[in-house]
Design a protein around this ligand. Structure first.
Ligand code: DC
Length: 225
């Protein structure tokens, strides 16, 4: 299928997207793009400068002067490493408000598409619907609320965050509601996406299922040539 393969993986928080997407990217030998990290970094940056999630000239100025780069050290905002601060429960609770703003989404669109020029596996909420509508394969990963919250809870605990399961569940539900109900690029399964529920699957198993779809798609496109 060549080097310019694009695998678009969307789904709600905690469905296992980043772990699974990373595995698929490794197997295919292409980069992995975590678009949630871009939205988290922007939310963290704006919030730490007391710029609220409102579309006005203050936001326009902040976004137009903000430099966003990918480096060996990870994501850099105005030259500063985004680091693990973007994964805190605080950022979890504010990121959807910033992500709902069309100005913010526009700022990130070309950055994401540029990364896709040589092929990649990208995960997020609008990969298959908006950012990469012509992706080679589109996957919509889901899981039940309880399973998704449990994964996020264990991840936060492992990082030493003192969180309660019910609070994590509440934040995940609130985030999904805002992400799915916003008018600009909402969380939605693309019509041509394959849905995979990861409730009873390990990340390895989900990755294998995606790789099977990719092989099937490759065989179909060869048959049509
Ligand atoms: O994938 P994540 O949970 O790290 O994403 C954090 C938030 O970023 C998510 O709640 C909504 C937003 N997001 C988005 O709006 N569009 C994307 N493509 C990726 C993430």
């Amino acid at each position: 299928m060549g080097v310019s393969i694009i695998v678009a993986i969307d789904g709600p928080a905690g469905a296992g997207k980043s772990t699974v997407a990373r595995l698929v990217a490794q197997r295919l030998g292409v980069p992995y793009l975590d678009t949630g990290a871009l939205y988290r970094a922007i939310a963290f940056f704006l919030d730490s400068r007391n710029i609220p999630p409102v579309e006005n000239t203050v936001l326009t100025d902040a976004l137009s002067t903000l430099s966003i780069e990918f480096s060996d050290r990870g994501l850099l905002l105005n030259g500063e490493e985004a680091g693990s601060r973007i994964r805190s429960p605080h950022v979890d609770s504010i990121v959807s408000q910033y992500s709902a703003l069309p100005m913010v989404r526009r700022r990130l669109l070309s950055i994401q598409r540029d990364q896709g020029k040589k092929g990649l596996v990208a995960d997020g909420r609008d990969m298959g619907t908006v950012v990469f509508p012509d992706a080679t394969v589109k996957i919509f990963l889901t899981a039940s609320d309880a399973v998704r919250a449990r994964r996020r809870y264990l991840e936060l605990r492992a990082r030493g965050e003192n969180v309660a399961f019910d609070d994590v569940l509440d934040v995940i539900r609130r985030r999904d509601r805002i992400d799915a109900e916003r008018t600009s690029a909402p969380l939605k399964k693309a019509d041509d996406a394959v849905e995979i529920n990861t409730d009873g699957l390990t990340a390895e198993e989900a990755a294998r299922e995606i790789l099977m779809h990719i092989e099937r798609r490759a065989a179909e496109s060869e048959a049509h040539q």
